[in-house]
Design a protein around this ligand. Structure first.
Ligand SMILES: *Cc1c(COP(=O)(O)O)cnc(C)c1O
Length: 394
């Protein structure tokens, strides 16, 4: 099997599994309990907080553990919105290709009276900082721009956008779920106020993540209950998951340069191979993208059938995000970069893992080429295109 869907989730690392087992077998006490057995769990929790803070250039007390990236996004946006409302600032700037955890929270905030400007991400899938600046108004309370897109992998000019927000006195949130552990992220240097992350995107377990909030940025809690996480996130902490997340992130960070160099070489080999397929196109900027992300459109085919036939060949891939697969709507990300419906339907995302080999890449290229050719052989759209009844777009 070739697992090429690392943007959907990653396999847990041995270090993460080991850290999780240790906590489950030894430190299973409640971190809020006063006896030593509980305090051992508390210590594991605080060690994890320190490890994570060290990787992203933050203070441990600025890290809040959550159930994952979605919760962190919800809490970041709701916190900034609550603060904005208090100050009579009810406008938010974001982008058209954010993850649904951000887009759907923004839609909910709109129903509550906020106004939202979604910036264009252009054909290359990269936000223009000057356009962020132009969109900021007197009543803007928050700018939220993802660090790297989960479908097309494009990396955003976060530091520049952050500098603009700082200059204008507006809070800046970034959904860094796809970036953390893969490309350098430094909360101090990148001018960020709020950042979301999720363990299962960097070889940690599912169901755990964190929200980083710069000191002084007040958080609103989404879950009422006990006083865990400084009263900002009630519920007994997921100590095994949190310890595993810290172990996974520490390892990913230590190997980042080496992994990125290998993945970039494999990515570019894969892109070069797939570009040979006629009437195909890479989605998103070729250079400004995550080391392991490849996303293509092939004209005249259906992404779903492509995935099923690749599955028959032992290839795990995706047509976009796992969250939208199963729905008939084309990806909002591909529409945002200007792909028309017909073309957006024929999309394929291959997100590579660190253990991918040249041989694997060549097998991927051969398989995609054969499956695309096969699907086109009985596609009515392809027949119209080749007969000249419809113009080719790609
Ligand atoms: C996966 C993902 C999320 C959601 O994270 P969960 O931990 O699965 O809730 C949010 N944003 C981006 C960009 C993602 O890729």
């Amino acid at each position: 099997m070739i697992y090429a869907d690392n943007a959907a989730t990653t396999k847990m690392s041995d270090a993460a599994i080991q850290a999780m087992l240790t906590q489950m077998q030894k430190n299973w006490g409640n971190p809020s309990s006063l006896y030593a057995h509980g305090q051992d769990a508390k210590e594991a929790l605080e060690t994890a907080r320190e490890q994570i803070a060290a990787v992203i250039g933050a203070q441990p007390r600025e890290i809040l553990f959550t159930s994952g990236g979605s919760e962190a996004d919800n809490q970041a946006l709701r916190s900034a919105a609550a603060l904005g409302k208090k100050r009579g600032k009810m406008h938010i700037v974001s982008t058209a290709f954010e993850h649904h955890a951000v887009l759907h929270t923004l839609a909910a905030l709109q129903r509550e009276g906020f106004s939202v400007t979604l910036l264009d991400v252009h054909e290359n899938g990269v936000v223009v900082p000057a356009e962020v600046e132009a969109a900021i108004r007197e009543d803007t309370c928050l700018v939220s721009v993802m660090f790297a897109n989960n479908e097309i992998g494009t990396i955003q000019p976060i530091r520049e956008i952050g500098a603009i927000c700082r200059k204008r006195g507006v809070l800046f949130h970034t959904d860094a779920v796809q970036a953390i552990g893969h490309v350098p992220v430094n909360t101090a240097e990148d001018n960020i106020d709020l950042l979301s992350a999720s363990a299962h995107k960097f070889h940690g377990p599912k169901g755990v993540g964190f929200l980083w909030a710069k000191r002084g940025v007040p958080l609103a809690s989404l879950i009422e209950g006990g006083a865990q996480e400084r009263g900002k996130r009630a519920g007994t902490e997921n100590v095994p998951g949190i310890a595993a997340m810290a172990a996974a992130l520490t390892e990913a960070n230590a190997k980042m340069a080496e992994n990125a160099a290998h993945l970039t070489a494999m990515r570019d080999r894969l892109i070069a191979g797939l570009q040979e397929i006629p009437h195909s196109a890479l989605n998103g900027d070729a250079r400004n993208r995550l080391p392991g992300n490849v996303n293509f459109c092939f004209e005249g085919i259906e992404g779903e059938s492509l995935l099923l036939l690749l599955d028959d060949r032992g290839i795990c891939a995706s047509s976009g995000s796992a969250c939208t697969s199963g729905s008939l709507d084309p990806s909002h990300v591909l529409l945002a970069i200007g792909r028309v419906h017909d073309v957006a339907h024929g999309s394929l995302r291959l997100s590579l893992g660190e253990d991918i080999t040249e041989g694997d890449v060549d097998y991927l290229v051969r398989s995609v080429r054969e499956v695309v050719t096969y699907l086109r052989s009985f596609s009515p759209i392809w027949r119209d295109l080749t007969a000249g009844r419809k113009p080719f777009i790609l």
